[in-house]
Design a protein around this ligand. Sequence first.
Ligand code: ZN
Length: 450
Amino acid sequence: MIVDGLPVDLLERELPRLPFIRERLPHAATAVSCFPSTTGPAYFPFLAGASPGRANVPGIRWFDRTVPSRSRFPHRGLRSYVGPDAARMRHDTAVRTILADHAWPASSPVNKDSPKRQERSRDVLWALAHVFHTWSHADRRTAWKLGRGLRKGRPIVFAVFPSVDELGHVYGVEHERVAAALRRIDAHLARKLDGFAGQLVLSADHGLTTTREHLDLRALVEERAGPTLAFPLIALRDPRAVVCESGNGMANVYLRGASGWRERPSAERARELARALAALEGVDSVAIRGEQPDTAELHTRDGRGEVGFAGGRLWQRGPVFGSSFADASPESALASSLGDERPDAAFALTSLLASERAGDLLVSATPGFDLRARREWPEHHASHGALHRAHTLVPVRSSALLPDPPLRTLDVFAHVLELAGVPLERFPDSDAYLLRERRWRPAVARAVRA
Ligand SMILES: [Zn+2]
């Protein structure tokens, strides 16, 4: 069960009023989700044991400069899953999800490998909820489908409750309606799972913070890089830059290379823009590719840091990080950085930048700010997507003993498979499997293996 966008502190605060979760899922932990910490990409750890980079889905919107296209925009490599492109996600990734053989989707915003052809009634209901803020109906439908999913004969049922995220966006995270939605989910679960003797795991894809100020990132990039395109206005004739926001707290930013879009900008050009954006109030960090493969630079107002991967080991150094390490396994890199403002940054950035579709700049907003000033209805009062802990730390609750911390949501995937009796070997291309086998490296899953 995923409660989309459930922050760690909201669950903790409400726990006395959540009898089902408290008593039926007594084992608790905190896990690091992924970057970008947003609905869509952040479901791949749960559904495929895969990071957004390995899934090749680096945002809820992205731009693939390698796709052949006419020189004029809209470019064929542009994608936004907010809208009609949503159906294309299942063809955009080669990772195999548990929905293929092992899990029944009571509801899921990611439908890769889903046995359901299309969830038309879900789509209609969620679209209406977006207009009328009736997210409790969507949760009720998830609960109903969850009850039916238990009889579908698959070892796992996957269910997503959207209201906390959506009401958070509309009213702000602190609003009583958000807490009330969580209490209602607990009551739904108590009713639907009464008498269910199996195991239960609950987590979230990302955190959520209240937003008070909006930065117009598109305009800010345009001032510095020339004509800049952002959704939904994607027919700009000859842009120099493309901004693709995700969860409003994060954006992939792409710069045209000297000879055209198929070429990347020089490291110096990306760095110059990264420094300029990182200096702005409301921008928490800007990551760019490093000059060596599998490395990245992170720019903030407080200076810069570097992360990288080589020979099976991760490293991280520089004043922006609370911790420095060299020659660390992915597991010890997580443990060392767990208390950092940006936990697991070395793993998150190297894995995401393995995707050609990841931006030349990965911009994260400071809590309290988002990156979409205009063109958005309803106005968003909460955000997520960023690299910092307010967005990447998520709660985990389980009916069974959880693995030893520290955890990523990738480990929740392994935990669920183990409880369901599904060998992790069935997902040989997953980050979760490769981490366990100590063969992990940053890469995109290219082919689907049986
Ligand atoms: Zn959201």
